[in-house]
Design a protein around this ligand. Structure first.
Ligand SMILES: *[C@@H]1O[C@H](CO)[C@@H](O)[C@H](O)[C@H]1NC(C)=O
Ligand SMILES: *[C@@H]1O[C@H](CO)[C@@H](O)[C@H](O)[C@H]1NC(C)=O
Ligand SMILES: *[C@@H]1O[C@H](CO)[C@@H](O)[C@H](O)[C@H]1NC(C)=O
Ligand SMILES: *[C@@H]1O[C@H](CO)[C@@H](O)[C@H](O)[C@H]1NC(C)=O
Ligand SMILES: *[C@@H]1O[C@H](CO)[C@@H](O)[C@H](O)[C@H]1NC(C)=O
Ligand SMILES: *[C@@H]1O[C@H](CO)[C@@H](O)[C@H](O)[C@H]1NC(C)=O
Length: 933
């Protein structure tokens, strides 16, 4: 925009015109900068899920496809076009929920990067060109979650613009008013669930080019003919197929779960090819041999049926199966020849049946079986060599059985086993060497055992054990030696976890660690235990002494690579917590830390100062009282701030000084605020925040005190009880005013190339805002800003006192515009540049100064820099004479930033001069230290 203005300038010769034009265009520029960084959209969540993997736990979410992160999820929609106007156009996924009734033409024309669109808009009529411009769209869903069915009208050519569409889904809709919808040839998955489909044949009328054999298609059109997935599940009236209903179609997977349609109907449907058939929850009592044999199916899912017995004749025609699921069928036994008649079988899922208590698998011989799931079968005993006839087995799932011990040899012969899940059994003993027959084991799950001690010897055998989960009811002591190659470790025990480590370094490679317990301790003898590779640490329930700064034996001495810390405690002792030694930490989730009430905010502040590089901060159940600027001031890299589950939360009015610095995403979920006008700035901020997407304020309530049950909506409290907040308006005004002032001042002087200056100013501002400014050398100690009228005093009194070497003066290096700016150097440029390379800024003020345009500008620049760079020291003000507050109040930003120690009234005498010098020295020292960090 700046460049554009520059090009426009030479054409404007009339200076009068240009001076009127400029402020206006500048205003336009400023407001455009604000708008293009988007205002908050009511009823929408705008988020970037790459920042926090668990985001859906905290806020309303839009279920995404892999690789998509930027989404907007809007609810209560009444007018789609109006809602979309407020949604940023760079979204990859959009979920719209409400009452749309009509989807107008070109509704999404501005959303060219959209890849997923999920519409829950009630009864809906889609106009012909509604999806124009969505040529990146891959997933389109029409959903309604109440029982069947709403009506949906789609014109035949509506999907034509969707050249990249992969999956199209209708759920809870009757489509019988639409006909001949032309499917994009890129389509691979078609879903029609909970619809009023009664016959398969109706698909031909609905979709003109789905089935090549369809006689309804008049002219030859590009046809689909091949689909990865056709999902027709939960169509409760779909009971007939119809001859040649799918004639000529080739399918990979057909899903008919929870429909009354008999699979026999498929035999004369004309379907050419089928690999996988899913027949879950259909009341089936016999293995469907016919259809399996007819299509030579590779995969068959028969979960949640009633196949209690399998007979040999049914099996005979199933020999093509590679994947079979008989999950939840009440199956009591398997026929002797079960696996020998299924020679291709690679995955067999027998979970949730009644195959126990003793596993009897006499004929369980297969050279190909790789995955066997026997979870939840009430198994108690695994006999000797139970799996020895499955030499290729790689995954064995035995979760939720009743196994109490593993006798020697029950896992014999599993040379290639990689995954073993024995969680939630009743294991009380593990023999040493029980894993010795599993040399290839990578992942072992022993959560939910009754073990109280685990000895290193018990985990020996596998050399590549990367992933280990251990859990006990109450106490768990774990003794070294540890498996040497652990990458991921999870341990849970309600009461206590103790690690006992001898002379070794057990966690050198560990990347992920999860501990869930009331207490965790690490006893190490003759060695310090390091976690040099830890990236991801999750701690639930543990007291914060684990991060204590006092503890002689700290659990985590240093975590150089830690990126994500999830720490939910529920203890009372968070005061000694310390997060130093985590230089890479990006994501911090803190919950249930009961900082001792009145200090809580201070403690949080101290904690956050230790991790200034943080990008994501999530605070839950912390009881922080009132959040204020000082809590977040140092978090300059924050991208997402999420405050969750707080009662009686206040937001201090000084937080609005951080508005230009606020992270792009600020979310409040499940918060009850305190009804106080001090927070009223958040009202206008949340709806018009210049660079932040705010979620959750429009739904929040506030309480006046603990006995207030009136559930007052927060924003209506502000509008009813708080006078219009001048601060925020003032902020917005001064935001543009600062620019206007600079221009007006510059216009007064013809020799300045104002446009060039303006551009520099905005460049500097923009770079600062994006945090990309190059690191500067600080050249001067103090930049002194004063007016010509006060120059005599500055040169005769101030400069000698500050510049002369001690003890005469302070020995500082000053920057004085009249003396240190180069001859002919542009004053505006030089001011901005020199302020940046000075450690401190000192403004000398008198009544005359405040009346001078130029002083005005300098002062505004100084305060402007404050907002843009809050970490910079505040300017010091020297008042040469009493100035009444009214004269200062137009600098409202300044007055808000100033603290008592920032200004000095020199006409009072010597005392103030001394305290001024002391304050100045302190400032300079502080800047010096920060630079060294
Ligand atoms: C998400 O966070 C919640 C709250 O801390 C936790 O209970 C849940 O397990 C987390 N989920 C994942 C997948 O991390
Ligand atoms: C669509 O099907 C539903 C349920 O079968 C029926 O009530 C409705 O009248 C049908 N509409 C049309 C236009 O055929
Ligand atoms: C077995 O089927 C159940 C139900 O579909 C599923 O939850 C489980 O993950 C499956 N087991 C394996 C090993 O895939
Ligand atoms: C599991 O085993 C315990 C004894 O070890 C027994 O009391 C319990 O009834 C068994 N549970 C089932 C579901 O078989
Ligand atoms: C099982 O094996 C361990 C060591 O390999 C041995 O000490 C123990 O006696 C064996 N137990 C049985 C019941 O054979
Ligand atoms: C560690 O956790 C992260 C995030 O949950 C996951 O992406 C990664 O695969 C895990 N690494 C290991 C070795 O389990």
């Amino acid at each position: 925009t700046v460049l554009l203005h520059k090009e426009a300038v030479p054409r404007m010769e009339n200076p009068l015109f240009s001076s009127a034009f400029l402020p206006l265009s500048l205003l336009a520029f400023v407001s455009q900068v604000l708008v293009s960084r988007a205002w908050t959209t009511p009823d929408c969540t705008i988020a970037d899920s790459s920042l926090l993997t668990n985001l859906s736990y905290y806020i309303p979410f839009c279920s995404l496809a892999p690789g998509l992160y930027l989404f907007a999820s809007c609810s209560n929609i009444k007018d789609v076009a109006q809602t979309l106007r407020a949604v940023p156009q760079d979204r990859e996924a959009l979920c719209l929920q409400g009452m749309g009734s009509v989807l107008p033409a070109n509704a999404f024309a501005d959303f060219s990067s959209l890849q997923l669109l999920r519409l829950q808009l009630g009864n809906l009529k889609v106009t012909s060109k509604a999806f124009q411009g969505l040529d990146q769209l891959q997933h389109l869903y029409f959903e309604h979650h109440a029982p069947c069915c709403l009506s949906l009208f789609l014109p035949p050519d509506v999907l034509e613009p969707l050249r990249s569409l992969h999956s199209l889904s209708f759920q809870g809709y009757c489509l019988n008013s639409s006909q001949n919808i032309q499917l994009p040839i890129s389509l691979t998955c078609l879903t029609l669930r909970h619809s009023c489909l009664t016959k398969l044949q109706e698909l031909q009328g609905l979709f003109s080019n789905l089935v090549p054999g369809s006689t309804l298609t008049a002219s030859p059109r590009p046809s689909v003919y091949f689909l990865e997935v056709l999902d027709l599940s939960s169509n409760l009236q779909l009971s007939q197929a119809g001859v040649r209903a799918l004639h000529g179609l080739q399918l990979h997977s057909l899903i008919l779960d929870s429909t009354p349609l008999s699979s026999l109907g498929l035999l004369d449907s004309g379907l050419l090819h089928l690999d996988f058939l899913s027949l879950v929850d259909k009341g089936i009592k016999k293995l469907p041999g016919n259809v399996t044999g007819y299509f030579a199916l590779h995969a068959l899912d028969l979960g949640r049926n009633q196949i209690q017995n399998i007979e040999d004749p049914d099996l005979a025609s199933c020999h093509s199966l590679e994947i079979l699921s008989l999950h939840d069928n009440g199956l009591r036994s398997l026929p002797i020849r079960f696996l020998s008649v299924l020679p291709q079988l690679q995955r067999l899922n027998l979970s949730m049946n009644n195959l126990g208590p003793t596993l009897v698998l006499p004929g369980l011989v297969s050279a190909k079986l790789r995955v066997l799931d026997l979870s939840y079968n009430e198994l108690c005993n695994l006999p000797y060599g139970a799996f020895s006839f499955l030499p290729q087995l790689q995954e064995l799932w035995l979760r939720g059985n009743n196994i109490s011990s593993l006798i020697n040899g029950s896992l014999e012969g599993l040379r290639w086993l990689k995954t073993l899940d024995l969680s939630w059994n009743q294991i009380k003993v593990l023999n040493p060497g029980w894993l010795s027959s599993l040399p290839a084991l990578i992942s072992l799950n022993l959560l939910g055992t009754y073990l109280e001690h685990i000895l290193g010897k018990q985990l020996q055998g596998p050399h590549k054990l990367h992933c280990l989960q251990l859990g006990s009811l109450d106490m768990l002591d774990i003794y070294s030696p540890w498996p040497p190659a652990l990458l991921s470790l999870e341990v849970r025990a309600e009461g206590f976890i103790r690690f006992i480590v001898h002379n070794e370094e057990p966690f050198l490679l560990l990347e992920n660690l999860t501990l869930q317990s009331a207490n965790a301790q690490l006893f190490s003898y003759n060695t310090t235990v390091y976690f040099p590779s830890l990236h991801h640490l999750t701690l639930r329930g543990i007291s914060s002494y684990i991060f204590s700064s006092h503890q002689p034996l700290k659990f985590f001495p240093e975590l150089p690579l830690l990126e994500h810390l999830h720490f939910w405690s529920d203890h009372m002792d968070a005061d000694t917590m310390c997060l130093l030694g985590m230089p890479r930490l990006q994501v911090l989730e803190l919950g249930d830390l009961n900082f001792l009430s009145e200090f809580s905010l201070v403690n949080l502040e101290i904690l956050l100062k230790q991790v200034p590089q943080l990008q994501v901060l999530v605070l839950s159940h912390l009881n922080p009282g009132t959040l204020s600027m000082s809590t977040f001031r140092d978090l300059g890299h924050l991208q997402l701030l999420l405050v969750n589950s707080e009662y009686s939360l206040g937001l201090d009015s000084n937080l609005q000084e951080l508005i230009p610095q606020m992270p792009p995403y600020v979310f409040f979920s499940d918060i009850t605020f305190t009804c106080q006008c001090e927070s009223s700035w958040v009202g206008p901020w949340a709806t018009r925040a210049p660079n932040t997407f705010v979620y959750g304020l429009d739904k929040s309530i506030c309480i006046a005190d603990a006995s207030d049950y009136s559930k007052t909506p927060l924003l209506s409290f502000f509008s009813d009880h708080c006078t219009h907040d001048p601060g925020f308006q003032g902020f917005l005004a001064s935001f543009s005013l600062v620019s206007l002032m600079s221009i007006l001042a510059l216009l007064g002087c013809r020799k300045w190339y104002w446009l060039h200056n303006l551009q520099n100013l905005f460049h500097a501002w923009w770079w600062e805002l994006c945090g990309r400014g190059p690191r500067r050398q600080l050249y001067y100690d103090v930049f002194v800003s004063y007016c010509e009228q006060d120059q005599a005093w500055v040169l005769e009194e101030l400069v000698p006192a500050l510049e002369k070497p001690p003890p005469m003066g302070e020995g500082l290096k000053l920057c004085l515009p009249y003396r240190d700016f180069g001859l002919g150097q542009d004053r505006m440029d030089a001011t901005v540049a020199n302020m940046k390379i000075s450690r401190a800024i000192l403004c000398v003020l008198s009544c005359q100064a405040l009346k001078s345009t130029w002083c005005n500008l300098e002062l505004r620049l100084a305060t402007y820099h404050l907002v843009v760079r809050p970490r910079m020291a505040r300017p010091l003000l020297l008042f040469l004479e009493p100035i009444n507050s009214q004269e200062l109040c137009s600098y409202h930003r300044l007055t808000r930033w100033l603290q008592k120690e920032d200004y000095f009234d020199l006409h009072q005498g010597r005392e103030d001069w001394d305290s001024f010098c002391e304050q100045l020295r302190r400032r300079l020292r502080k800047v010096g230290q920060e630079r060294e960090d």
